[in-house]
Design a protein around this ligand. Structure first.
Ligand code: SF4
Ligand code: ZN
Length: 305
């Protein structure tokens, strides 16, 4: 197969776009998709400051590199979760990547915040991934807000977004269906959240990371019970194989028709939000969820001594 652009030997075939590219032209395809996402979904401008959540995986590092190459003012944020045999390696990959490309990086250590994930796993009687996810989202927003960033960007790709949409649709969860999308505007203590890779599949992002020579952290987290939405991704993958492009049209159709309809249905006011008494993050209670987890953990650890 030949590259659609320059007719050299193609190395990546993209059935969903009915096309193929060589190793030099493929990154241009990737760039165009990210540009289109940013423009169509009004994500941010070159005058704004963007905080990019960096886990060390292929999606977040590919996103950071691409946005910096497009001339955006990006700063990486890595959250060191203090998980044995995992966090150290992920952090090393992120630090080496940012140093190699001369990119700004901020690292937050949850252990210094009184929230090491291994202690949470041991003492807090809740699924560790749900608490860990909550803590990460809390600090993404808090650091973006306190640092005066205009937007927080994450590396969610089309597979992540389509699988989440599929799960929300199976439950007809009107709240989530009115609120899922590649750009969530800032509101009441929450910064704008954007997903510039939403038009690109996991395969397409992995190819970009590979062709750009990005060294990624790919070991699974030892606490992971498997990647999120694995079954949904598998089902959508089969559908995509039989009918290329269906994943994208499912998600794009939702953005055009489904989301506005659910937003109309789901207009009722949410709970009143005010700053957390401890950390200032938006919450509907006196203390935010993360400050309550920190207090509970402290008590449990004192009891265990
Ligand atoms: Fe946190 Fe769970 Fe992800 Fe591990 S798998 S980093 S515990 S959310
Ligand atoms: Zn708080």
């Amino acid at each position: 197969m030949k590259c659609k652009r320059c007719k050299a030997k193609a190395v990546v075939s993209l059935p969903s776009h009915n096309t193929a590219f060589c190793k030099d032209c493929y990154p241009l395809f990737f760039t165009r998709q990210v540009e289109t996402a940013i423009r169509r979904q009004k994500m941010f401008t070159h005058e704004e400051r963007i905080l990019v959540a960096l886990s060390g995986g292929k999606d977040s590092l590919a996103l950071m590199l691409e946005l910096s190459l497009q001339g955006y003012d990006v700063t990486g944020l890595h959250i060191d979760l203090a998980i044995p045999r995992s966090s150290e390696k992920a952090r090393a990959k992120v630090e080496a990547f940012c140093e190699l490309h001369g990119l700004k990086l901020q690292v937050l250590e949850v252990a210094n915040e009184g929230l090491p994930i291994p202690a949470i796993k041991k003492h807090i009687n809740r699924p560790v991934c749900s608490v860990c996810g909550k803590i990460k989202r809390h600090y993404f927003n808090r650091i973006a807000r306190e640092g005066g960033y205009d937007a927080l960007a994450t590396g969610h790709n089309l597979d992540d977004e389509a699988a989440r949409l599929f799960a929300n649709t199976l439950r007809w969860d009107a709240g989530y269906l009115s609120d899922q999308g590649p750009t969530l505007p800032a509101e009441e203590g929450f910064v704008r959240k954007v997903k510039p890779l939403y038009r690109l599949s996991e395969f397409e992002t992995a190819n970009y990371a590979f062709l750009k020579g990005i060294e990624i952290h790919s070991d699974p987290c030892p606490y992971s019970g498997g990647a999120s939405f694995t079954n949904h991704k598998h089902l959508l993958g089969e559908l995509e194989y039989k009918s290329p492009g269906s994943k994208f049209s499912f998600y794009e159709g939702f953005l055009k028709k489904g989301r506005p309809a659910f937003a109309m249905l789901n207009k009722e006011e949410g709970d009143e939000v005010s700053p957390c008494g401890e950390c200032g993050s938006p919450t509907s209670l006196d203390l935010c969820g993360v400050c309550r987890i920190r207090t509970a953990l402290k008590e449990k650890m004192a009891e265990a001594e």
